[in-house]
Design a protein around this ligand. Sequence first.
Ligand code: GDP
Length: 327
Amino acid sequence: MSDVLSSKFDLSGKRVFVAGHRGMVGSALVRRLAKESVAEVLTETRANLDLLNQSSVDTWMLDNKPDVVLLAAAKVGGILANSTNPASFIYENLMIEANLIHAAWKVGVKKLVFLGSTCIYPKMAPQPIKEESLLTGPLEPTNEWYAIAKIAGIKLCQAYRKQHGSDFISVQPTNLYGPGDNYDLQASHVLPALIRKAYEAKAANAKELVVWGSGKPLREFLHVDDLADAVIFVTKNYSAAEPLNIATGEEVSIGDLARHVCKAVGFQGNLVFDSSKPDGTPRKLADCSNLHALGWNNARNLETGIAETFANALKTGELTTSMRLSA
Ligand code: GDP
């Protein structure tokens, strides 16, 4: 990593476009960028910029000419949403990436950071998963559509770096949680789903809470504000073709995660494991040694992060609003 360590990029005075600023990751990036001395943080509404439409993206990029693009726009969803809408997940993600990366090159963007996911790695990759495991084996079938699109995004960054010398990098965050998460049980990831289930179970004085699958799969979880901090750090300090994992290095079983959530929410009933629901990949722990070698480490622990997220969701109405909408 020594040549990588010397790759300094100065963010100060730059015009930074956050693509996907209304999403969980994009909004965290906007919050984090407020602490930087950038010239301007550019964001755009869907009405003025349709990321699925190449000419809309080309025109917007020409008009605005950002120096830096943080590509956080994506169609995202949990295990159920991915398996039931494969076409939407592969098509929309491919279009967003291809349109933005190509336009970024055309207008001379100086740095682009593409946000991928650790689900790009093979289902049976040796754990903890190193970046070089990419494309060494079959993917987890429940999210392969999304994963294939994200792999294409990584390859686009590598191709533009190779052919045009563009400083386009890709980062692979682990499972995220925090403000702006999706609390709709049909589309959400496990952590917000469990927060909502525990909240509802407590309110209803229920005896039990249903956890999908066996509870045995292992996952790690990173608070989205910590991810945003890491992304800004790597924007300034990383420049290489290889994707870079961003994670905590600490794993938890889904069963224990459910126990942490129940504690934070104050639900004291029993957990019931519904084996008719899929477990997904058995273990997903990212190797963060490259990120640590660059000098970034995660500060917040999971229990604190869950308690903070629950308190924030209550305060902002995030939890109750999405419950009303999907009721
Ligand atoms: P994944 O990390 O891509 O597999 O996506 P998820 O976050 O959706 O699921 C992670 C694990 O949590 C899987 O084993 C799920 O079966 C399990 N899980 C347990 N309860 C729930 C739930 O209520 N919602 C979701 N989405 N997953 C759950």
